[in-house]
Write a protein that binds this ligand. Structure first.
Ligand code: HEC
Length: 134
């Protein structure tokens, strides 16, 4: 390998490594031109369609069940979140949702929405009327 090719190969490896470090810190949602990304919007729809608000309040603010924005930003890992929503918490009102196809298909989106709520990027409001729901 000549010297030039070698140094290109090394520098592109280095940039791949630093890229993956940045990717690890990325938020699961993005704000683009003052609007929340589509995945978080889908998560909001799933949150409402999945009936989570009955127990966790509007926008996950907390009611019978805990504040979910706080849970996903301060307490639970993403895997914990997926596991609890899928399998529920036995002995509590938090039932398994594994037979709810809409919820199962949208776990990533639900997570993105709730992290945005916990980060206070989104208010609990209607995301269709107000893209950031503040
Ligand atoms: C019938 C009421 C009810 C519904 C509906 C419900 N939950 Fe829960 N959920 C609870 C309760 C109560 C807890 C607290 C359980 C405990 O005592 O640890 C809980 C706990 C959780 C937790 C763990 C929070 C933490 O900090 O440990 C997550 C995550 C969660 N729910 C997500 C959801 C999602 C997402 C939905 C909708 C798909 C949903 N829940 C629907 C009642 C409900």
């Amino acid at each position: 390998m000549n010297k030039l090719i070698k140094s290109i190969a090394i520098s592109s490896m280095a940039s791949m490594i630093s890229f993956s470090a940045i990717a690890g810190d990325e938020k699961p949602y993005q704000v683009v031109d003052g609007s929340i990304s589509a995945n978080a919007m889908e998560g909001w729809k799933t949150y409402n369609g999945g009936g989570c608000g009955t127990c966790h309040g509007k926008g996950g603010i907390g009611a019978v069940g805990p504040n979910l924005g706080q849970s996903v930003t301060q307490k639970l890992s993403k895997d914990d979140f997926f596991n609890i929503v899928t399998n529920g918490k036995s002995g509590t009102m938090m039932r398994p949702h594994k037979t709810n196809k809409r919820v199962m298909d949208n776990l990533e989106n639900l997570y993105a929405y709730l992290v945005a709520r916990g980060d206070d990027v989104l208010g609990p409001g209607n995301l269709i009327k107000m893209p950031l729901g503040k």
